[in-house]
Write a new protein. Structure first.
Length: 255
């Protein structure tokens, strides 16, 4: 007779242990009857950590009713001012950088009674700021808006040392599955003799910041208010926490 013990243990919660004893021929063919019994265990370790990196997309959008060149020129003038400021605000030696993405320049048409007519020319330029200076990101956004930027399209907090966090949790989860396998085996009058197989995974949830106050700042700009005064009372951005999960599924041979 071969013993097969299956136990599913998830998280750090209390667990119950079902025991299943089956004849060897109920699981293996007669030629496999000499295979050892085993116990299967799963465990998920998790922790909350503070993000150390933020990436924000700041857009500069310009329009002109008559000339695409005029819209392009205005966009470049504003973008150059925003770039110049941001380059002085980030720390490239710490891995910070700025890049342009999703640049577009095109006519915008309207349709009336089936006829198409030119409405305006639209130019859009997205500036991505990647920085570890989380304490300065609110100021960077506020100043960029005051210089003529029109949108804050996204705000994403992340971990630069994800692999190190995963390694720590995988070690914890692996030790836990072995510990629990020993408990189950001892309760069944057996003992662990070796590893049959181990499967691991690690995931990090994304932390997207929400800054609804900037919509009010943009409305103030459209109404003719001073963006410098709006920037002085800009939104407070909280980075929050990021959750890291490491899961280990392992099977151990028994005797």
């Amino acid at each position: 007779m071969k013993k097969v013990i299956i136990c599913s243990l998830l998280g750090a919660a209390l667990f119950s242990v079902p025991f299943v004893f089956s004849p060897a021929n109920a699981i293996n063919s007669p030629s496999q009857g000499s295979e050892k019994g085993y116990v299967s265990v799963s465990y998920t370790a998790e922790k909350e950590v503070s993000p150390d990196t933020v990436e924000v997309s700041i857009a500069v959008k310009t329009e002109d009713k008559k000339s695409l060149q005029s819209a392009v020129k205005e966009n470049k003038e504003i973008s150059d001012k925003v770039y110049e400021y941001l380059k002085g605000a980030i720390n490239t030696q710490n891995g910070d950088y700025i890049k342009t993405t999703n640049y577009s320049a095109s006519p915008n048409y309207i349709y009336n009674s089936g006829k198409r007519s030119l409405d305006k020319y639209v130019v859009s330029n997205n500036i991505i700021v990647h920085t570890k200076s989380l304490d300065k990101i609110s100021t960077m956004i506020d100043k960029s808006l005051s210089l003529g930027a029109t949108n804050v399209d996204s705000l994403n907090f992340s971990l630069s040392e994800k692999d190190a966090q995963c390694a720590e949790l995988l070690s914890t989860a692996t030790k836990e599955v072995r510990k629990r396998a020993d408990i189950v085996a001892a309760a069944a009058g057996s003992s662990v003799t070796g590893v049959k197989n181990i499967d691991t995974s690690c995931s990090v949830n994304q932390n997207y910041g929400v800054v609804p106050q900037y919509r009010n700042m943009l409305m103030s700009k459209a109404a003719g208010a001073s963006m410098d005064s709006a920037a002085d009372s800009g939104a407070s951005i909280e980075a929050g926490v990021i959750k890291v999960y490491s899961n280990v599924n392992a099977s151990f041979y028994l005797k």
